[in-house]
Design a protein around this ligand. Structure first.
Ligand code: BT5
Length: 315
């Protein structure tokens, strides 16, 4: 949304405000005011007009302007009702030179997980990718995956869902011994060794989605299923982006924040890494995201892999 339209919205929210007063305040013509008001109505804002002037009566449920309006983070949002993959689109935006851009969709038709796996993304989810250009070496980029996991966990908890993180990138909800997957995160990046050019953090949240519409073998859950009613996706997305914005500015503190939200530490784990399977107790996490595992034959430090929490062996 452009700057003037933002200011029109802010003035309407404090309204009623008359067209001429708005034109004066923003130093634009009356017909420009009218055009902004019409454009906002087209985007789903309900704007009333009476003798007293314009008033903002309601904000659209979801979409680019809905998320940008009232967002306390410097992202511009691009929204699609349906798109193959928000990560693919964000990578194209990166190639065009963009930054601090969020690509958001209601539905993805070709959503991707890690290792080219499918990510099911029916209508009703929060499928988004954040494109930004942090001033860090490539080796530090995994910290942004952790930051995204912390941000989405905090937003889920605020929405009343007791989520926690499984190393490195899954956000789960526990049901007794079972852990159900609520969120998946896929980070992609490009750059030179000493400096990242761009990072795309893709976050897929099963928000207002029926878990029956997701692959059963993944043992999925959703905010809808956990809460018993649908979540306000606009507010949820805003909280997620605001938390992520704060965390990305302070990479050194992300690991500590991650520890507070994670369930992996202290657990017996089995991690499938590119170099083989490692089993043992997960004892710590190290910047920018490596897991420290005590195995029978010593300490292993793992920077990537698929992690399974093992049940404790009872004698
Ligand atoms: C992930 O991969 O968990 C990363 C998923 C990232 C998705 C986001 S959505 C926005 C952005 N745009 C994209 O195209 N991608 C990102 P991984 O750890 O590899 O898990 C993939 C596995 O999770 C699949 O093989 C399924 O078993 C399972 N799965 C697929 N869809 C799921 C869903 N909606 N909920 C829970 N599990 C799912």
């Amino acid at each position: 949304m452009n700057e003037t339209r933002h200011r029109v919205l802010d003035a309407l929210a404090d309204g009623p405000v008359s067209g001429p007063a708005l034109a004066d305040e923003l130093d634009i013509s009356r017909s420009a005011v009218w055009k902004h008001v019409e454009a906002l109505r087209e985007e789903g804002f309900e704007i009333g007009s009476s003798d007293a002037g314009y008033t903002l009566d309601s904000v659209p449920e979801f979409g680019a302007s809905a998320v940008e309006y009232g967002l306390d983070a410097p992202f511009s949002v691009e929204y699609h009702d349906s798109i193959p993959s928000t990560n693919a689109r964000a990578r194209d935006c990166a190639a065009d030179g963009a930054s601090d851009t969020v690509v958001l969709a209601d539905e993805q038709t070709g959503g991707r997980g890690r290792l080219d796996r499918d990510w099911h993304s029916p209508s009703g989810g929060v499928w988004l990718s954040v494109l930004f250009r942090p001033d860090v070496p490539m080796a530090h980029a995994p910290v942004f995956t952790l930051a995204a996991a912390v941000a989405v966990t905090r937003a889920a908890r605020e929405a009343g869902v007791e989520a926690s993180i499984k190393w490195p990138n899954d956000v789960l909800v526990r049901h007794g011994d079972a852990e159900r997957k609520l969120v998946g995160i896929l980070t992609e990046m490009e750059g030179e060794a000493d400096r990242v050019s761009w990072v795309v953090v893709g976050i897929g949240v099963n928000a207002n989605v029926d878990p029956a519409d997701l692959p059963a073998e993944a043992e999925p859950t959703s905010l809808l299923a956990e809460r018993g009613d649908s979540v306000d996706r606009r507010l949820f997305t805003q909280r997620l982006l605001e938390e992520f914005d704060t965390l990305r500015q302070d990479p050194a503190n992300v690991v500590e924040a991650w520890r507070e939200s994670a369930t992996t530490l202290g657990k017996q784990v089995r991690v499938e890494t590119p170099g083989g399977t490692i089993e043992g107790e997960a004892v710590d996490i190290q910047f920018p995201g490596a897991l420290v595992i005590e195995t029978d034959s010593g300490t292993e430090i793992v920077s990537a892999g698929d992690c399974e929490h093992l049940r404790p062996i009872t004698e």
